[in-house]
Design a protein around this ligand. Structure first.
Ligand code: SF4
Length: 438
């Protein structure tokens, strides 16, 4: 079976993708090699198709729209556009350190440095300047979760000159029970989504279709149902899946949310978790420590989580992005679909917890620790996430007071192995788990 799939994807990957997609194609080949060695499943197939869709869109005259990691592409699928998440490049290359020459280049040019402008976007700016970046037809981004992201997308907008649209994400809550409730929150988002549609229509030949929008939002709901069940299943002791799994759910929703493939992949994650819970199988044999990782992974160090699992029998339940908590919504009318789109953006993994008062994050984290029977919290604090420094410390104090669970916070550049090397990170985690947690 895998042989057939290997041949199929080899064949699909052939041909000329265009000069600007050279890195995109190299990454496709890398993922195909990974699938060859680790096996195919609905998630790996979805990822491969995500790469293939861009050259295919080019051939078919479908506009490609670039968006960042904090916005799901359902509205783009509903408008028959090809979404391309930028961070697949800047962050994806970090896994094999291929981002570092781009960081070095942009450092020499003087566009920020690691602590000031984030390396989840800087390598892309470097690629653009060197003529090595994919050239989409349109650019879309949000005002959150940080100024660094917005600054880099504005720079890209200036460098590329392609039409761009930006949504301003409000600070306030939309649920009545919250002390931060503001009744204008959802309407503010809906108006911007409607303007986005007008902008898309004006800049492409695509037309908005109510029915297609409703169908797409119903598909999103299905994937969200599976994801919620997946989240529940991860509360089991032992945790049924290895540490990196939650991140796969995030990647599914943020690259393919609104597509049938995302439904297939999230169902596969849910089913695998359910099967293991039923059989009492843990993602980490003989699970001893359950870790909350309420920030981003250390993307340059692929071996960190396996090392934690093997050395300490510790499982990382979910990272902040992987802890996808958007609820399914009523999508029975077009207006309801717009509401769902708005709430989905407001609640998206990092956006939902980091877009407003720090109480959003603190409350989320305390509940996470309680719900998932967490023994330790580990927060690698990416240097450029300056907006989170204080929030992380306050959250760790709240966790200690309410649950007695300890937190390790340490500085790191999650994308650059030269700042705080892998060995130093392991040393800090090892000391914490040996002397504070055990
Ligand atoms: S990792 Fe931090 S600084 Fe970088 S884009 Fe995300 S929130 Fe912004």
């Amino acid at each position: 079976m895998d042989r057939e799939l290997i041949d199929k994807y080899k064949k699909l990957g052939r041909g000329n993708w265009g000069k600007d997609l050279a890195i995109w194609k190299t990454m496709y080949r890398g993922f195909l090699n990974m699938a060859k060695s680790q096996g195919f499943n609905p998630f790996t197939e979805m990822l491969l198709n995500n790469f293939l869709d861009i050259p295919k869109a080019r051939k078919e005259g479908i506009p490609v729209i670039m968006h960042p990691f904090n916005y799901e592409p359902e509205i783009f699928f509903a408008m028959n556009l090809a979404p391309m998440m930028q961070e697949i490049l800047s962050v994806g290359l970090a896994f094999v350190h291929m981002n570092e020459p781009y960081i070095d280049y942009i450092n020499k040019m003087g566009y920020g440095d690691n602590p000031t402008i984030c390396n989840a976007q800087r390598p892309f700016i470097s690629m653009v300047i060197q003529g090595a970046a994919p050239i989409p037809d349109l650019l879309f981004y949000l005002s959150t979760p940080c100024n660094s992201l917005v600054a880099s997308y504005q720079v890209y907008q200036g460098l590329s000159g392609i039409p761009s649209y930006n949504i301003d994400v409000p600070y306030w809550a939309y649920n009545h029970e919250s002390e931060f409730y503001d009744k204008k929150t959802v309407d503010y988002m809906i108006n911007q989504s409607k303007n986005l549609i007008t902008w898309l229509e004006n800049n492409t030949k695509q037309k908005f279709d109510d029915n297609k929008f409703q169908q797409t939002m119903a598909i999103v709901n299905e994937a969200r149902e599976y994801t919620l069940e997946f989240n529940e299943l991860l509360k089991a002791v032992p945790c049924p899946l290895p540490s990196i799994t939650g991140f796969g759910v995030f990647l599914t929703m943020v690259t393919r949310g609104g597509s049938p493939e995302a439904v297939k992949a999230t169902k596969w994650f849910r089913d695998t978790a359910a099967e293991n819970v039923k059989k009492g199988i843990g993602g980490v044999p003989d699970e001893k420590i359950r870790i909350a990782w309420p920030y981003t992974h250390v993307f340059f160090d692929q071996e960190l989580l396996p090392w934690l699992e093997e050395t300490f029998n510790a499982v990382v339940i979910m990272d902040l992005l992987g802890h996808y908590k958007v609820l399914p919504h009523d999508t029975s009318t077009t207006e309801k679909c717009f509401e769902s789109l708005a709430m989905g953006t407001l609640d998206a993994s990092m956006v939902g917890k980091c877009r407003g008062p720090m109480e959003y994050y603190v409350k989320y984290l305390v509940n996470y620790v309680k719900d998932y029977k967490i023994d330790a919290v580990i927060m690698p604090m990416h240097f450029a996430c300056k907006h989170v420094y204080t929030m992380a410390r306050v959250a760790s104090e709240a966790i200690r007071e309410e649950t007695g669970i300890p937190t390790l916070i340490f500085g790191v550049d999650s994308y650059d192995s030269r700042e705080v090397p892998a060995e130093a990170i392991r040393g800090k985690i090892s000391d914490f788990l040996t002397h504070v947690v055990s």
